[in-house]
Each structure stands twice: as structure tokens, then as C-alpha cells.
Design a protein around this ligand. Structure first.
Ligand code: CP
Ligand code: NVA
Length: 305
């Protein structure tokens, strides 16, 4: 088990390259069913301000399989939704829970929570990052190719939370990463810079507006919705801007012959990905979704251990 006892995961950059590699190896071990650490009487809180299917259910099932309990603390059923300060909520929940996963808008909210709580705080998606998603993505790629180092992943679409965590995660494990997005929708330059530094000597990090050049010879094509949660009002305006970045059969044909397609889900068929591609033999989206549970089980056991 990686020695992450008591640690937070607010950003993928909270992990070193070795810790990330070890966490993926532990997830593989747990998935094989060889070993199942138990944490009876430990309680995970899910403090969510946004909708979720995969993250909510995969965290819950992972915690149950570790012998623990889960409390669903959606903002609508707690005082969080009525404006109780994060610093107060954190100091109170810290005294009840053993670990908390938070899904919210501002990264500063989970940072503040972590500043006031001693229990491990896990980022279950913010506007800035989605680190747990990328743990599952890397696990899926490793299962497919037997390695991560030296492969190329191309992400097409919005320079959003998923793109940011992919940049950091790929750079840490030595996977080349190309982000292709329209002008004005590039990822946060600070994260690109951080990823470039992590990647020095082991991963090429590229941000481009050219989708065709970006997919050339890539082993992994990855996309996400063009408008994230909280950006619904911009969704229609974005459609024509993002159209050239759609993952379709013609773009997939320009990637490596053995390329696989990933999507964090939920998917909007006909927008960022076509029905044909998500249902094609190249698609690994269901294995990817399953791996959320295995990766997060490894993470929970490691921070509780
Ligand atoms: N991929 C992902 O985080 O899905 P949910 O929004 O359903 O949790
Ligand atoms: N970028 C998307 C990911 C959903 C899992 C969002 O933030 O809505």
C-alpha cells in the first residue's frame, strides 16, 4: 500500500511520480482480488455541490468493499447549501468523519476545507481539477498497453478540469500528452507549466489548436463535454467553435492503428464524440468507468492506512 496515510489529494500534483505509480500498482492488486484491506467503522463523507453518478457510486461501493460506511452530504441536504462557512463545516465534519471527498466549483473551497480539517480531503472534481478521474484513466491505459511510459495521449476539447489533471498525471508517469483545443479554450497556463516541469526528460507536453496534427500516431484519444457543469449557459455558443475537435471516425483514423478512445462520461453523443466511436471496438469507456472504483479504493485504503 502506498504510504499516503492522512494525506489530502486536492490536485494530482500532490502526488510524486513514484507515489502515483505505486497507487496504480495497488489499484491493480486490489482489482485482482488478491488482497482486500478492511477499515471497519471508518466513515467517508461525500460533500457534493454538483451532480454525479460515477464518482458518487464508485466512491461509495469502494468504501463499502473496504468495510467502511458512507454518508451522502449533498449541499442541498446540509447547511453547506445555505451558506455555512467552509471553515466551520470543515472543523465540524473533521470531528465526525474519517475521510471526505468534495465536489465543488472553486478549488479554493477544498483548499480551505483541508486547511481547517485534519482528516484526508479528496478532490472529487472542482472547476480546476478532477484527479480521481485521471487515476482511473491511467489505470485503464496501463491495462491496455502494459505500460504508460512513451505512449502519447491526445485530449481534444475544452481546456477544463479533466484536461488539467490529465496534463499533470501524464507528465508525472512519463506519458506524452497533447491538448488540442480552440483558441480561447486552452488549459490554465500555470498547470501547463507545472506539467512541463514534471515532464522534463520523461514526457512531452504540447498544447495546440490543430486537432489533426495532435492525434497523429497517438495511442489514446480522450475527450470530455464541451461545456462543463456550471457552464451550461455557454453550451449552444460553444457547439460550432468545438466542432473541429469532435472525436469521430475520420479523426480516429489519423491516430495510431491500435489507438483506444477514452471519455470520462457523461458523454454527449454527436457533440464531443460520435455514437459510432463511443460504441466502436476502440472505445474503452466502460472499463474506464469501472476503474474509478478500483483506483479510488486504492486511494481510500492508502489515505486511511
Ligand atoms: N466522470 C465523472 O466524474 O462522472 P460523474 O460526474 O457521474 O461522477
Ligand atoms: N468537465 C466535466 C467533467 C464531468 C465528469 C465537468 O466538470 O462537468
Amino acid at each position: 500500500m502506498p504510504p499516503l496515510s492522512g494525506r489530502d489529494l486536492l490536485s494530482l500534483s500532490d502526488l510524486s511520480a513514484d507515489e502515483l505509480t505505486e497507487l496504480l500498482a495497488f489499484a491493480t492488486e486490489l482489482k485482482s482480488g488478491k488482497h482486500h484491506p478492511q477499515f471497519p467503522q471508518k466513515v467517508l463523507g461525500l460533500l457534493f455541490r454538483k451532480a454525479s453518478t460515477r464518482t458518487r457510486v464508485s466512491f461509495s461501493v469502494a468504501m463499502y468493499q473496504l468495510g467502511g460506511q458512507v454518508l451522502d452530504l449533498h449541499s442541498g441536504v446540509t447547511q453547506v447549501g445555505r451558506g455555512e462557512p467552509t471553515s466551520d463545516t470543515a472543523r465540524v465534519l473533521d470531528r465526525y468523519l474519517d475521510v471526505v471527498a468534495i465536489r465543488t466549483f472553486d478549488q479554493s473551497e477544498i483548499q480551505e476545507f483541508a486547511d481547517y480539517a485534519s482528516i484526508p480531503v479528496i478532490n472529487a472534481l472542482t472547476d480546476l481539477e478532477h484527479p480521481c478521474q485521471i487515476l482511473a484513466d491511467l489505470l485503464t491505459i496501463q491495462e491496455e498497453f502494459g505500460t504508460l511510459k512513451g505512449l502519447t495521449l491526445t485530449y481534444l476539447g475544452d481546456g477544463n478540469n479533466v484536461a488539467h489533471s490529465l496534463l499533470l498525471g501524464c507528465a508525472l508517469v512519463g506519458l506524452n500528452v497533447r491538448i488540442a483545443c480552440p483558441t480561447g479554450y486552452a488549459p490554465n497556463p500555470t498547470i501547463v507549466e507545472q506539467a512541463s516541469q514534471f515532464g522534463q526528460g520523461r514526457s512531452n507536453v504540447l498544447v495546440t489548436t490543430d486537432p489533426e496534427a495532435a492525434v497523429k500516431d497517438a495511442q489514446v484519444l480522450y475527450t470530455d463535454v464541451w461545456a462543463s457543469m456550471g457552464q451550461e449557459a455557454e453550451a449552444d455558443d460553444r457547439l460550432p467553435i468545438f466542432q473541429p475537435y469532435q472525436v469521430n471516425e475520420s479523426l480516429l483514423a489519423k491516430a495510431s492503428n491500435d489507438a483506444i478512445v477514452l471519455h470520462c462520461l457523461p458523454a454527449h453523443r454527436g457533440e464531443e464524440i460520435t455514437h459510432e466511436v463511443i460504441e466502436s471496438s476502440a472505445s474503452r469507456v466502460w472499463a474506464q468507468a469501472e476503474n474509478r472504483m478500483h483506483a479510488q479504493k486504492a486511494l481510500l485504503a492508502s489515505v486511511l492506512g
